[in-house]
Design a protein around this ligand. Sequence first.
Ligand code: 13P
Length: 266
Amino acid sequence: MHAQRRPFVGGNWKMNSDLASGVELTDAVLASLAEGGLEGRIDAAVFPPFPYLFTVGRTLGHSNVLLGGQDCSAEASGAFTGQVSVGMLADVGCRSVIIGHSERRHGLGEDDELLHEKLAIASEAGLVAVLCVGETLSERDDGRAEAVVAHQMRGCFGTLKPETVDRVVVAYEPVWAIGTGRTASPEDAQRMHSSIRAVLGQLYDSRFAAKARVIYGGSVNAKNARAIFDQPDVDGGLIGGASLKADDFASICRAAAEAWTASGGH
Ligand code: 13P
């Protein structure tokens, strides 16, 4: 953590939960965050499946926890069966959206060109866009991890202006660490986060890069979160499995708040 950047911790529920358990989880997350005095100390967000957004948003009420979609269309409206626009997300109370999760890049073939368009439309709509980048295991084994991620960054940001993307959060999610129980070591995460920040510096300038939040995702849990968050260029996490348990998610939020306080943030 760095004192200059407020932590961001998101819970990506993926295609899990049902309506009743999603509401229960939301209530429990709110209670755990309140109990730990955490709400307001960090930016926390939940990303439920589309059909539950409205109801989960109602459950969040006026809390500071952001509601977000797991994806958005690159189009504003029209004949795009099955897609969800940023306007629709905003309409049901979303203030954030995940873009380019590896389960969409690799599972559904989304490429940087498409993700660039999604990043543009989401940013212009005023949403906090959480842009995911990350290498596969074979790319890491070939020593190409940093080059692959830099290429994704350049392709996704492209020509977008700094004022358009000033709310973007970059999530470094190494594909081999997602849902595998295997995390990047804190040192490897730090190295990649610092390299991502360097790319932001080249794309924009050092002030923009110093302000931008770069969070880590991939098998983060209540036990390993603090060591990762203690790295100076790690500004929080995008949490999958552990976000489905309110106590674990709140513990990870607490680890972020404590790491930030330890770095001098408040
Ligand atoms: P896990 O925390 O389950 O590894 O998932 C990480 C992730 O993909 C968050 O977007």
